[in-house]
Design a protein around this ligand. Structure first.
Ligand SMILES: Cc1cc2nc3c(=O)[nH]c(=O)nc-3n(C[C@H](O)[C@H](O)[C@H](O)COP(=O)(O)OP(=O)(O)OC[C@H]3O[C@@H](n4cnc5c(N)ncnc54)[C@H](O)[C@@H]3O)c2cc1C
Length: 424
């Protein structure tokens, strides 16, 4: 009899998990709380070979239409002059490009919208998910791929909360058609850093809003990390009606004065080429958090992706980790055997936790270290260490160049490389 997996959360982590479980014989069904497909989350997404490998296992071929590969990593000074330059080869894709490809490859009946999980009830044989619309579903086990504010994690680990890192990421995407032609020509081939004191900005071209990488249809993506103390965070997360959005303010509700201030700050402190693109866009921000769960498996309910661990985005490996969680989960279940030689689900889930828990912790630590300089900016100068006071700009650019090797070494050190290219 086909066994059934309930996957809670229909973003990249949940979709990859559903594909890989299905490829190993499971009937995996995704339940997403939003009423509509999520394709409008049009921001850029850095990839690593391990993500591309797991996508391939999920049946998604990552050809040149999936991303854009700049050839030079540079740092631009306040006047727009290149002060550091290195070769680079990392492919930048778009969140919605990957989402659409994964969604299109899943049978429609296996992706259910408008299903907000409220509670999980489990026994020795399986788990039942209860949804806000009053319905419920039963499966042999349940995957909580429901992100940083996971309802599954809240039920099993109520004390584990995301910890604010002391800075936010301002993000913006502008269609190629809206970028002045000469600016586009100058920037399209660059992975460009701007590093004003205490801040970090990265910008690069990505597939356009219609997921197109053809000339004229691409987009320009900016991620700008800026220290923000708690009082200021409360202020900028408060909308024009005075309502505070503690879990993150939806982009359309960010107050006009907040947006005007950040555009003025861009003009004052970052390279004019990037400030110009930023000023023409509709920027929004995401507070940056660390989150590390001490446990990922609770009987027949498991955590995956950002629900279990949120690493700051510096290594650009959050989706790679979610993909590795999914691949390790599917393989662990498939390979676990009981005395009779049959698949033993509980043993498989135990193995999944044994493999992914240390990897998740290590990735959170790596990114915390990368962001330590930014976190320290909200402390008085006298309390900062030498590294927190001075940043080596060449080292920041070099870290980017070596990023995929670093992630690859970490994956290998945790014995997870077998999951990247394993046959389906
Ligand atoms: C500024 C920034 C830049 C980043 N850049 C990169 C990058 O370059 N490369 C990279 O790999 N990663 C990057 N990441 C990280 C990446 O976005 C995530 O790590 C990755 O997408 C994993 O997502 P997920 O599927 O686990 O969770 P999410 O994408 O958060 O998805 C969770 C899903 O669950 C749904 N959900 C939540 N609660 C419920 C519920 N109760 N019932 C049903 N559904 C529910 C949500 O609606 C959502 O669709 C970045 C993150 C940030 C903040």
């Amino acid at each position: 009899m086909t066994r059934r997996a309930l996957v809670i959360g229909g973003s990249l982590g949940g979709l990859i998990a559903a594909h890989l479980l299905r490829s190993t014989g499971w009937d995996a069904v995704v339940f997403e709380r939003n009423d509509e497909e999520l394709a409008s989350r049009g921001v850029g997404l850095g990839t690593h070979p391990q993500l591309i490998g797991v996508l391939k296992r999920a049946g998604i071929d990552f050809d040149e239409s999936m991303g854009i590969t700049p050839t030079r990593a540079v740092c631009l000074d306040r006047n727009g002059k290149i002060i550091v330059e290195r070769p680079t080869a990392r492919t930048l894709s778009g969140w919605s490009r990957l989402y659409q490809a994964l969604l299109d490859a899943l049978p429609a009946r296996s992706y259910r919208l408008g299903k907000r999980l409220t509670r999980v009830v489990q026994d020795a044989d399986g788990a039942t998910a209860f949804f806000a619309d009053g319905t419920s579903e039963r499966g042999d086990f349940l995957v909580g791929a429901d992100g940083i504010r996971s309802a599954v994690r809240a039920q099993f680990l109520p004390d584990v909360q995301p910890r604010y890192a002391g800075y936010v990421a301002w993000r913006s995407v502008l269609d190629e058609a809206d970028v002045p032609v000469e600016l586009w020509r100058e920037m399209v081939d660059l992975y460009a850093f701007c590093l004003p004191e205490g801040e970090q900005l990265i910008s690069y071209a990505v597939p356009g809003c219609d997921n197109d990488t053809a000339v004229g249809h691409r987009a320009y993506n900016i991620v700008w990390y800026r220290p923000v103390d708690r009082d200021t965070l409360t202020d900028i997360c408060t909308d024009a009606q005075g309502r505070h959005h503690a879990a993150g303010i939806p982009p359309p509700l960010i107050r006009r004065d907040v947006v005007e201030r950040i555009k003025a700050a861009a003009r004052a402190s970052i390279a004019p080429q990037v400030a110009e693109i930023f000023a023409r866009s509709a920027p929004f921000f995401q507070p940056i958090y660390d989150l590390a769960s001490p446990q990922m498996v609770f009987g027949r309910a498991v955590l995956a992706g950002d629900a279990a661990f949120v690493a700051r985005p510096h290594a650009g490996a959050g989706t790679t980790k979610a993909a590795l969680d999914a691949a390790c989960l599917a393989d662990s279940i498939r390979h676990a055997r009981d005395g009779s030689g049959h698949g033993n689900l509980d043993r498989g889930l135990e193995r999944y936790q044994r493999m992914q828990l240390p990897f998740g912790k290590a990735l959170v630590e790596l990114n915390r270290a990368e962001g330590a300089y930014l976190s320290a900016q909200i402390k008085p100068k006298a309390e900062r260490t030498a590294e927190e006071l001075h940043r080596d700009i060449g080292a920041v650019v070099n870290a980017h160049i070596g990023r995929s090797d670093q992630v690859g070494a970490m994956v290998a050190a945790h014995g997870l490389d077998v999951h990247v290219n394993a046959p389906v």
